[in-house]
Write a protein that binds this ligand. Sequence first.
Ligand code: SAM
Length: 210
Amino acid sequence: MKRIVENHTDYFFDTENATKYLNDAKNASKARFSHFLSSLKKLDIKGKYLEIGSGPGILTQLVATQHPNAEITANDISPEMIKLAQQDLAEDLKTRIKYEIGDACDNNSIKDLGKFDLIYSTFTLHHWDNAELAIRNLYAMLNDDGLIYIHDLKRVFWLHYIKSQSGFFKSIRAAYRPNEIKTMLNKTGIKNYKIKTFFPFFMQFILIRK
Ligand SMILES: C[S@@+](CC[C@H](N)C(=O)[O-])C[C@H]1O[C@@H](n2cnc3c(N)ncnc32)[C@H](O)[C@@H]1O
């Protein structure tokens, strides 16, 4: 699937950038994660959770706190992000959260994590080198009746009129349109899915049920 800008995952491999990301995510956690967290609360999924592309683990800890019975494995391709996430992990969550390095696009690096009732990911879809392959890999790791919940930016037409090259706008430019995601999912043969845009309208989520 062609993207408008190249993905910039290398950015997250640098200690300074990863630390900046951690601080920004902490300061803006309400704005970034409240929609996802309130939807997840309503879904009330029991069992084992896998977070893909957890970054420094800010959301991981919020999910663990909101779902006190959930056991969470959180993955990221960047060793720097995983190191920061481990350092930042609250003492009382250490028995329920474990962090693992791995690439969602490389089945060999994630398949041993096990099977899950919920696999979720926020703001990462547009970074995956091969999103179709990643979705196939994650689908294979779902338990029966399990759910994949992907929350990401959405590319919107009015971006053509905005000249800003900030990281935020670059990410929106790199994000998929719903019809592109639909094409991708149809190629995987996955049928039970829903793609929904929500306010502000450069945001979307994808729910895939096994
Ligand atoms: C924009 S950050 C989002 C972090 C976190 N999910 C959040 O919402 O704050 C994107 C993260 O995805 C990770 N990432 C990119 N490609 C990945 C892949 N193929 N597999 C696993 N993680 C990946 C990056 O290293 C980075 O930490």
